[in-house]
Design a protein around this ligand. Structure first.
Ligand SMILES: [Zn+2]
Length: 204
């Protein structure tokens, strides 16, 4: 009888400890996500946020991560290390927390390096479709862009040079992070040319 009680006691203790560990892991993961979003905001607004708890090297890794130069496990490992470092002062905690709350709205955009080209309703650009788009909308300059819908779903907003476009069309040659920007004339298409740019895509 006594033996049974002892086993029962250890069982309960083990379950409680496991629960505690799970909660901690979740908290760290949440903090990580927050930091990565914060870095995206930082790049977007071209402002410098002072991460006084973070080394220059980790900051560079975070930046490289948002432009997809390095893989995720590497950066997560580095950030976890930084987070677990002992805090310097109450002041530094305040700075990070303040920036995090102002980040909420901007967390809905992520940045990528994309290939940008242009098209117009002419026969050679539109392959005979004219202004008709894949979504049924009439292609409109300043709003319509063609995307790879498996990467960027139709209806997604995309910011290029501060202007917001909408993913409304696709194209045979438009694959991956390649954006084809709609223009009303072929002259504009020619002057737009072909370029690589950092753009912001709405998170949906
Ligand atoms: Zn054209």
């Amino acid at each position: 009888m006594d033996n049974k009680k002892t086993i029962e006691f250890w069982k309960v203790l083990l379950i409680v400890m496991l629960g505690f560990i799970m909660v901690n892991i979740t908290l760290i993961a949440e903090r990580l996500e927050e930091l990565i979003r914060l870095q995206e905001l930082n790049a977007q607004q071209s402002i410098t946020i002072k991460y006084d708890r973070m080394s220059h090297q980790t900051m560079q890794m975070l930046d490289a991560y948002t432009t997809s130069k390095i893989n995720e496990p590497q950066i997560k490992e580095a950030v976890v290390k930084e987070i677990n470092k002992p805090e310097k002062s109450k002041e530094s905690k305040k700075v990070v927390k303040k920036k995090t709350t102002s980040n909420k709205d901007h967390g809905k955009w992520y940045k990528v390096r994309a290939l940008l080209t242009a098209y117009c309703p002419c026969q050679s650009c539109s392959e005979g479709h004219g202004r008709n788009t894949a979504t049924g909308k009439l292609a409109t300059e300043g709003r319509t862009i063609a995307v790879d819908p498996s990467k960027i779903p139709y209806g997604t907003k995309v910011k290029i040079d501060g202007h917001t476009y909408v993913a409304e069309d696709c194209g045979g040659m438009v694959n991956g992070y390649h954006i084809d920007v709609y223009f009303s004339s072929h002259d504009k298409v020619n002057s737009f040319g072909k370029k690589y740019k950092t753009i912001y895509i709405e998170r949906r």
